[in-house]
Design a protein around this ligand. Sequence first.
Ligand code: PEP
Ligand code: MG
Length: 326
Amino acid sequence: REAEAWQARFEPAQTRDGHRVEVAANLGNTAHAADAVERGAEGIGLLRTEFLFMAHAREPDLATQIEEYREALDALEGRPLVARTLDVGGDKPLPYWPVPKEDNPFLGLRGIRLSLTRPEVLETQLRALLMAAAPASEAADKPRPLRIMLPMVKDVGEFRAARAIFERLLDEIPAAERATDVQLGVMIEVPSAALLAPVLAAEVDFFSVGTNDLTQYTLAIDRDHPELSAQADGLHPAVLRLIEMTVAAAHAHGKWVGVCGELASDTLAVPVLVGLGVDELSVSARQVPLVKARLREFDLTEARGQAQLALAQATSEAVRDALEVR
Ligand code: PEP
Ligand code: MG
């Protein structure tokens, strides 16, 4: 099966009946973008930019960031780049950006909350992303699609604060020197954001569901807990209901939804997510050919049936049992 999946890796990602679902790669290092394309990725669905920051002894300046983001965009040759702004704090400390000791770092200063305490860092990063995605001068007609997403957003207040910086930059930077095809979206990984998806969907350009954190915060189980993490299963019906609400809200506003957490590469979950209406799956580069192959095994009607079956269960164990039986 693996050899077959590899052979077909450049075929478009779609279900047996031709329903397109984009399959992209999660990356922590822009030097790996070319490899992701070679494995059949249709874009980068999550660039974890905190790893770029962690690789430097101090905050990378504008020129350094532009160079790194450009490396990914060059390798993508017109495929979209979904870049997440700095997501540190919680489980991901940044040595040169110390956060006062917290009793509950997972509930503390992290993600967008932390970024908004240092707006000049966020501004430099947004500027670098926008400038890196300027169409190359020798190919001004070739857009370099850029999707910027904000981590750990809990409500529209945080989104608006970040958008204000983003919009000021769009005004400030001459149009020829910045991205022309750009969207600003949020990750859905805090339950409040999923519950308020109808409010957010009116203002954002897209959602990407981070099932790792969404599961952790919905079930109140540390995703890295040595004994409990196995119970932090994204196929829990509570998590699936939040994803269902998120997709419904996005589509009602004509916006797209990706899933970039671990759940996107789970064999049982793929048809469920497609059945819920998810438009893009972003998985580790190694998994891209397998997820594409998995999509070709079912049609949209079957996927919708799997989604309804999963939503009707009471526990994640029941969901897995119900999906396995078929
Ligand atoms: C997530 O939370 O699901 C996610 C994709 O982000 P990270 O794993 O980097 O927290
Ligand atoms: Mg996360």
